[in-house]
Design a protein around this ligand. Sequence first.
Ligand SMILES: NC(=O)c1ccc[n+]([C@@H]2O[C@H](COP(=O)([O-])OP(=O)(O)OC[C@H]3O[C@@H](n4cnc5c(N)ncnc54)[C@H](OP(=O)(O)O)[C@@H]3O)[C@@H](O)[C@H]2O)c1
Length: 235
Amino acid sequence: MKDKTVAIVGGSSGIGLGVAKQVVAAGGRVFIGGRDAQRLERALAQLGPAADGHSVDSADDASVAAFFAAAPAIDHLFTPGASYALGRFMELDEATARSPMDHKFWGQYRVVRHALPKLDAQGSVVLMAGALGARVGLTGAAYAACNCAIEGLGRALARELAPRRFNTVSPGTIDSELWRERPAALREAAFESFAQGAPLGRVGTVEEVVDAVLFLMGNRFMTGSTLYVDGGYVT
Ligand SMILES: NC(=O)c1ccc[n+]([C@@H]2O[C@H](COP(=O)([O-])OP(=O)(O)OC[C@H]3O[C@@H](n4cnc5c(N)ncnc54)[C@H](OP(=O)(O)O)[C@@H]3O)[C@@H](O)[C@H]2O)c1
């Protein structure tokens, strides 16, 4: 990552911020974005002078265009920024059930389109899916389908836009801010249920996903692949 520039939409918290810290620690630069300006400022203050940023909402085309207009030339792009609702198939109304596709799938699709003019021809993109696509649970049929769609998008773009590389990271349940902001009872139940289904018997850490993202960016023979960082979750 030395002297490389990485853009991260969703870089002000959690896995995105973890990747930003690792890139900066390795001698690279980051250009990060998120919706909340104060959260973004706090993240930039933590990252120091090798970081810059701009607020962005991946659900809004004009906002994504403005983000990349402000961005420098980039070597790698990471796209974890999304928010959406989960729930059981018969309990969600259609608008809520559509939220993973509307925000997580189309958000990343839009971000990649706007990023391409700034992305080095030898550069790479790491998309964010989620292991609840391949290893399904009971609270997210639409979310599972969305994660599979993101993996498919990554494979298709790897073919169409080569030699730029496109890979997908697909984490299991990770102890990040996303969960720390949810009610404690919900978080504990989700963590326990995930730990029971995972051969490694626990949820993952942000650092474990960061390692996988950095590997996908750095390995020049990886494209069109999905890495499951999920403790072997099986049910
Ligand atoms: N943590 C897990 O267990 C887990 C497991 C599997 C997959 N994932 C995936 O990883 C992604 C990141 O998770 P995390 O745990 O790192 O969450 P997090 O700590 O909540 O971080 C999410 C980041 O994305 C930004 N963001 C959210 N919506 C956005 C939008 N519409 N446009 C631009 N930025 C947006 C947030 O900032 P603002 O809120 O200020 O916009 C924040 O910087 C999740 O969305 C999920 O798809 C997470």
